[in-house]
Design a protein around this ligand. Structure first.
Ligand code: DGJ
Length: 721
């Protein structure tokens, strides 16, 4: 193990994070896992262990990964913490750099480590410097006392001064991942991931991992509907309730890439970070580049255990206001589309309040020349034909009805047919020599430009201030094409700078308007990730509000993100997207598994339907703390019944939502086993009055009492007696 070239910085002792300089081994400990890395002979940090807790002695005895210098013809992956391109490394490189003289790849010297330099949380920083060129990299690790999630990120620094000579000039960073993770050798590996498209987000796939490189990615400049930056890996034997699962999620809302490499001798590693291939940045002397966090999690409790750990982490360390109840939102989009007027929105507001909504959101169509999706985006002044006195009269009426006022915006976008575009055609992402691609008839503002970003912030700030807006639904309905930034010396920066600018604007708005809440939306669930969740209170899950499709979409969302952040509306029947007819009760019962909202044309609902809606909303408000802050157990029976059980952390209250879209063969569904209940406790069904022991519910299961027929559902509430 090479000597560090500088002594470690003084540090406060931390039990969760340690580094033994004599062996070059760093150890991270979480309540239910341990992680170890060791500096290799070539100066590169290499993976040693990630799994169930081990003693210090056991970790010290673990062998180091083979040195890449020894293994040019070996079959196994190199197990770097961040793979560089030098040495006998032939897998996917997490760090790809080119120096001014054409030399490729970093070659590290271990410079030292710091404990707890990056609070809060317990952190480890491993400092590396290139042996020849002015490049330094810090690998950061953070753990918290209440989660098994390990957060990792990388900082690169061009350490050359302004007078650096030609040999040390700018450094092209073609790729800089946030972290690579290595799993132990297993005979087989299975990849769980989320795929989909518009209206079909978060479809869970479980595929056998080939002995090959498998890439999950978005090249769209946004998280995407098509793949979510999350994965889980197991050896093919994990179940919902048992088995080892390794999982990771990226806190980034732009293009991203995660490459999984399974080697022929059974080991698996994956490397991931922001950006897609062919797009990089050029670092100038003195410049620092920081990656987003790539968070990883080991669970010994199966897929359900991994999800519960993600939910707890997102609530404790990602969402801005985890302690708050998400309000019951009414949103006008499915009712009125672009055709909004003060009168009809006031009418909907009255009906929404009657149904128990707590926040009324005026969706698209309220501004500029926005009568459809061809014009007006970017002109954020109320359309006087529909709102003759601006938005304040509607906002006042909404408040009079006892609700908060929310407003739809799509601040990153512009229609070509808009005053904004006519005034600032240069503000959009474009390549002057290329035909622009309009998606949904719109172009995308380049928020990497300080002038454009400042205008967006000013505009949103004024909208919120002048109309006392409590809630912004921040939409984004197209992705990046013709990715140019004319006049910028390093135009590929737009891929990251746009995203960072969105983050900065959201952060600033929130800081300046502490009561403002934000719903993230991107044509449904096209931008749901840990990065956007750190600045939004909930995310619009999908434009598909058909409850049958939603069961799968919500189950996929819930693999990693908690119910509090999952906006779910009960809407009209037949459904506007799928034309399926479903009972009101079924629509509500599915939406009640997340942050319930109403999205239908309430003006078309009968008195009876409105009364029923009010009763469902009232019931939801009773179970809301459990749904939004409880511990989630996904349920499945053999009879086409699925559901979710939310348990109070202290076991006192439970709610079980079950849905059966289709009845098969006229069979009564079997009781559903509730593994989240405790042996030794007794529970009463608050509706039927039946009493059960924990043993019976965790082994025999809960009789569902579902009515016969399709679209059967129930909300079952249990209380410990
Ligand atoms: C896409 C969103 O997902 C919808 O809910 C709605 O806000 C429309 N955009 C409005 O254009």
């Amino acid at each position: 193990m090479p000597e560090p070239t500088s002594p470690p910085a003084p540090h406060a002792p931390s039990q969760s994070v340690s580094f033994d300089i004599s062996t070059g081994t760093g150890v991270l400990r979480t309540p239910g896992s341990a992680y170890a890395l060791r500096i290799g002979a070539d100066g590169s940090p290499r993976h040693v262990y990630w799994g169930a807790p081990l003693s210090d002695a056991e970790i010290a005895a673990l062998p180091s990964a083979k040195s890449p210098a020894d293994s040019s013809f070996e079959a196994d992956a190199v197990a770097d913490e961040l793979a560089v391109e030098t040495g006998a490394r032939f897998g996917p490189a997490g760090l790809r750099v080119r120096f001014a003289d054409g030399t490729r790849g970093a070659q590290w010297r271990f410079e030292g480590f710091d404990l707890d330099p990056d609070g809060p949380g317990d952190t480890l920083r491993v400092r590396l410097v290139d042996r020849v060129y002015p490049l330094a990299a810090d690998l950061h690790y953070r753990v918290w006392p209440d989660t098994d999630v390990i957060e990792r990120w990388v900082t690169l620094r061009h350490t050359g001064g302004p007078g650096a000579d030609a040999g040390t000039g700018s450094i092209v960073v073609e790729r800089c991942d946030s972290a690579a993770w290595t799993l132990p050798a297993r005979p087989d590996y299975r990849l769980s991931h989320l795929v989909g498209g518009w209206s079909s987000e978060f479809q869970l796939r479980r595929d056998r991992v080939p002995v090959a490189e498998t890439t999950l990615t978005s090249r769209r400049g946004a998280t995407s509907h098509h793949a979510n930056p999350w994965l889980a890996l197991d050896d093919g034997t994990a179940t919902e309730t048992a088995g080892q699962v390794w999982s990771a999620a990226l806190a980034w809302s732009g293009s991203w890439r995660i490459t999984v490499e399974r080697d022929p001798v059974g080991r698996l590693s994956f490397t991931g970070g922001a950006g897609h291939e062919g797009v990089g940045v050029t670092l100038q002397p003195g410049e620092t580049w920081q990656t987003p966090v790539f968070a990883g999690l080991y669970s010994g409790a199966g897929f359900g255990g991994a999800s519960r750990a993600w939910h707890a982490y997102v609530r404790a360390h990602v969402l801005p206001h985890p302690e708050e109840d998400r309000p019951v939102v009414y949103n006008s989009w499915e009712a009125t589309g672009f055709d909004v007027t003060e009168a009809d929105q006031k009418k909907l507001a009255g009906l929404a309040a009657r149904a128990g909504a707590e926040l009324f959101v005026l969706d698209d169509g309220w501004f500029g020349a926005r009568r459809d999706d061809t014009a007006g985006l970017g002109d954020w002044a109320p359309f006087r034909g529909a709102f003759p006195n601006g938005l304040r009269p509607l906002a006042a009426e909404v408040r009079r009805l006892g609700m908060r006022f929310g407003l739809w915006v799509e601040p990153e976008m512009v229609n070509v047919d808009s005053d904004l575009y006519r005034a600032h055609p240069d503000w959009v992402i474009h390549s002057p020599t290329r035909e622009p691609t309009e998606l949904r008839n719109q172009l995308m503002l380049n928020l990497g430009r300080p002038d454009t970003a400042a205008w967006v912030l000013r505009t949103l700030d004024a909208l919120v201030r002048e109309n006392s807006v409590d809630f912004l639904k921040w939409d984004m309905n197209r992705v990046v094409t013709e990715a140019g930034w004319p006049g910028h010396p390093d135009p590929d920066r737009l891929w990251t700078e746009h995203v960072r600018s969105v983050y900065r604007i959201m952060d600033r708005l929130r800081a300046d308007h502490p009561a403002l809440r934000i719903e993230g939306c991107a044509g449904g669930g096209g931008r749901v990730d840990l990065g956007i969740m750190a600045r939004t209170d909930q995310c619009w899950t999908s434009d598909n509000t058909d409850p049958v499709d939603r069961i799968g979409i919500q189950a996929g969302f819930g693999q990693v993100y908690p119910a509090a952040a999952m906006a779910a509306w009960a809407t009209d029947s037949p459904n506007g997207s799928t034309f399926r007819e479903t009972p009101l009760r079924f629509r509500f019962h599915v939406a009640m598994a997340g942050a319930l909202g109403l999205g239908g044309d309430l003006a078309e609902w009968s008195e009876e339907e409105l009364d029923q809606a009010a009763a469902f909303v009232a019931e939801y408000k009773e179970i809301r703390p459990l749904v939004q802050r409880g511990i989630a157990w996904r349920l499945r029976s053999a009879d086409g019944v699925s559901g979710v059980h939310y348990a109070a952390p202290d076991d006192s209250e439970h709610v079980v939502l079950v849905w059966r879209p289709t009845m098969a063969f006229g069979h009564e569904p079997a009781p559903v086993v509730l593994p989240g209940l405790r042996a030794g406790s007794r529970y009463v069904d608050l509706f039927w009055g039946a009493e059960y022991s924990g043993e019976s519910l965790t082994t025999r299961g809960l009789p569902l009492g579902l009515p016969a027929g399709d679209y059967a559902s129930r909300v079952i509430r249990l209380r410990r007696v």
